[in-house]
Design a protein around this ligand. Sequence first.
Ligand code: FES
Length: 187
Amino acid sequence: MWEYTDAVKDHFLNPRNVGELEGANAIGEAGSLNCGDALKIFLKINENERIVDASFMTFGCASAVASSSALTEILKGMTLTDAAKLTNEDISDYLGGLPKAKMHCSVMGQSALKKAIADYRGIQILQKPGEIVCECFEVTDLEIIDAVKTNKLETTDDVTDFLKAGGGCGNCLERIEELIESVKTKG
Ligand code: FES
């Protein structure tokens, strides 16, 4: 059984801002039902690029619901410029922390937010930059390097906890290991 903080339990049992948002002018989706977690966030952004309202719909575990609920609360009132700087750690910190094996839920929130901002700005994300390393969960080398650096990940298990990469067939584990090593040596 996972150890959840009171804030995680509260946001799971009483999620804020659930459902489609009428008048939303930015929508971002992350995850996929194939991996068990999926998230869609809706933002209403005013002419000064401030987020005046936010909501979400998710299919996932307690941490996915709590992370999405927390994310929408954090976003309300924020400028798009500040929102673009939000990290998965900010979401986890807002909840007083998430179990390590559940950090991918906060990463999913951050990724849906990035897509919503791109949607608002009219930027089409056709393809993720970088090379796909984990075919099972469509995770690229750049995403792995970024997560390793930002969250100081040390092992392939850490990477699986954060990005799910490596948690399926395991064919990508060797490459993940190499990427971790390259960050350690090159920084
Ligand atoms: S390719 Fe990464 S777990 Fe299957």
